[in-house]
Design a protein around this ligand. Sequence first.
Ligand code: FES
Length: 327
Amino acid sequence: MIAHHPASVQPVDLDLAQVRARMERYAPQVAELVRRYPVRRAILLQVLHLVQQEFGWVPRVAIRWAAEVSGVSPVHAFSVVEFYTMYRQVPMGRHLIQVCHTMCCHIQGSEQLIAHLERRLGIRCGETTADGLFSLVRVECLALCGTGPGVMIDDQAIGPTPHPLGGELREEHLAVPNFHPTPAVLDAWIDFLREQAARAPHPGRHHEHDALGGLIIGSAGHPGAEGASAQPLPADYAPACPAFKVAARRDGEQAVITWVNDPLLTVRCTVERSQDRGASWQPVAEVGGKEQRACVAQPAGVAAAYRIIAHEKTRSARPSAVVEVPG
Ligand code: FES
């Protein structure tokens, strides 16, 4: 269990020899980084990510090791760690909650969200809950300005998309007006992650993940956290459907299907119909990603079920919720 750590105290006493021994298994990755970058010092950011992958945070003495490997001075490496908030300088909890407090999010209410989270978790920003489950940090722009205040939990931007792994979120988590995070949504996330932790209290050592640029997602914590299961996406991974609030009604000899979509994430949608209680599905309409409505012929007296399949350029999401139109 991780104790309640204030923002600036490094609790673990490591020496350089111990760090070298633990980082020895990353020699192939370091060699690949050296091969990949024309200037050796350019590997520093990635080497620091390897440190964070191994320890779950970046101990001071490991900064010295990273500097040595990258051919820069220790003070240069230290200044890099100080500059980028994605490098953690104290152990983090299993789930990392980041809230943007930059101007755009400040005027959209990030301070109120932070105050709410501090009250709810019983910690201040920069601290970890006593059960080791949550760390809360303030960060600069998360590139979520348009749907601010920007909040990320682990690898997941809170708002437009559901959690990618670790079980589907329930519908109420997704019911976000205009996709802006609210205290109620964050509470739902905290409850959800607490329930998940109660089901799997000891997730074990985190899986390997690709620090050389592979896509990573976290299901049981942020990458690098003890117990996190960040891992490369399998080739056949299908994201959860971005079409929410699917509804359908009869209009004479037609069925009208509506949904709320995230047009930024979707290139086109297929409306599928089943007339045998979901045993088989046939496409009945194809619409663009910005459209959120389709009308299809459905004769009186014939019942049918509908669902939406959203497509991006190269892959398709899992099916949406199913809605029924009686005969
Ligand atoms: S200013 Fe907050 S996410 Fe960009």
